[in-house]
Ligand binder design. Structure first.
Ligand code: RB5
Length: 142
């Protein structure tokens, strides 16, 4: 089960991603926002990050205009590795190397087609479990 959230700058892309997840029969919970009306990205960034950190949701997706503010917010929560990926290479690498547990996207930066491809790659790529990557992730938490 995936936790998904956005601010107004990411709302439209979030709706496209939700359609895509439904088509792929991937279950999710939307933590808001619910329209394009201006709102504050830390509210949604932290709500999704806390749900993932608790273990209630396996992974998350967060979207704001750039993907930057919402990723900074999510990364304040212990245990969260939120990765802003606006390209396919980064999406694959952050799963393999960082075991990223939240994908962040910039709704005003990339188009829907690329975003959906990034989502697929992020959720299909496993963590490599290599010692050096495990060690580095442990170093982040200390
Ligand atoms: C909202 O205007 C915008 O600042 C927000 O979506 C995001 O890009 C912040 O990092």
């Amino acid at each position: 089960m995936i936790a998904i959230g956005s601010d107004h700058g990411g709302y439209l892309l979030k709706e496209e991603i939700k359609k895509h997840l439904k088509e792929k029969e991937i279950t999710f919970k939307d933590f808001g926002c619910d329209s394009e009306e201006a709102c504050d990205y830390p509210v949604y960034g932290k709500a999704v990050a806390e749900a993932v950190a608790k273990g209630t949701y396996e992974k998350g997706i967060l979207i704001c205009g750039t993907g930057i503010g919402i990723s900074i917010s999510a990364n304040k929560i212990k245990g969260i590795r939120a990765a802003l990926c606006n390209d396919c290479f980064s999406a694959e690498a952050t799963r393999e190397h960082n075991d990223a547990n939240i994908l962040c996207l910039g709704g005003r930066v990339i188009g829907t087609g690329l975003a959906l491809k990034i989502v697929d790659i992020f959720f299909e790529t496993e963590f490599s479990k290599e010692e050096r990557h495990k060690r580095r992730i442990e170093m982040i938490e200390k």
